[in-house]
Design a protein around this ligand. Structure first.
Ligand SMILES: [Zn+2]
Length: 201
């Protein structure tokens, strides 16, 4: 890893720059520096010495700290982790988006899922929009029942039981199982389900 970082000219991390300075110093004294990989625990004398020195340094409580700067990438990754934890905690404590939470309980998983958002997908995962179960609240219609007459037309009803969508459900099921999910009747594996649903729209 370190050798790769040294070879990459665009890598300007301080520690790597310091190693480059050391190499240049050695080369200025008419020496040629070569790097080669050695197997660990293979009785290579140089490797044994460096292991020993590293061990001594890590056990030496009074040794001066030679390097205490954070790399930019470490700061970015720590801040990202912190932001993610805060976001997750706000998501967990929010009393909004109950349906969306069933699809995306973990912010981290949602961020890792590439979704092509569209009106229909947003309707299903939020439960808002032109779903009949929603419209009576806005006094647009009185009856929330789905045209199939089984239950009110909610997201869950459309995904799991609407008799008018049998064919689409079979297709959805096939895509879900192919994507590693457990099928539309399972309570788990919403993630592949959402991805698959978006594909089937
Ligand atoms: Zn229905």
């Amino acid at each position: 890893m370190t050798l790769e970082a040294i070879a990459k000219q665009r890598n300007r991390q301080n520690l790597i720059e310091l190693i480059r300075v050391e190499i240049r110093c050695i080369e200025n004294n008419s020496c040629i520096v070569h790097f080669t990989g050695v197997k660990a625990h293979n009785n290579n004398s140089g490797n044994k010495v460096s292991d020993q020195l590293a061990k001594e340094a890590s056990c030496d409580g009074v040794l001066d700290i030679a390097y205490n700067r954070y790399t930019k990438s470490a700061v970015i990754s720590e801040l990202r982790e912190l932001g993610l934890r805060k976001w997750q905690s706000e998501w967990d404590s929010s009393n909004k988006g109950a349906l969306t939470k069933t699809f995306f309980p973990k912010v981290k998983d949602r961020l890792a899922t590439r979704l092509q958002m569209c009106l229909n997908l947003s309707k299903v995962i939020t439960g808002h929009g032109k779903l009949r179960s929603c419209l009576p609240r806005f006094k647009i219609i009185d009856d929330p029942m789905c045209p199939c007459d089984v239950n009110p037309q909610t997201s869950d009803h459309l995904i799991r039981e609407c008799t008018l969508l049998r064919k689409q459900r079979q297709r959805l099921n096939k895509i879900i199982i192919k994507a590693g999910g457990a099928g539309h009747n399972q309570t788990l594996n919403w993630q592949p389900r959402v991805r698959s649903y978006s594909k089937s729209l």
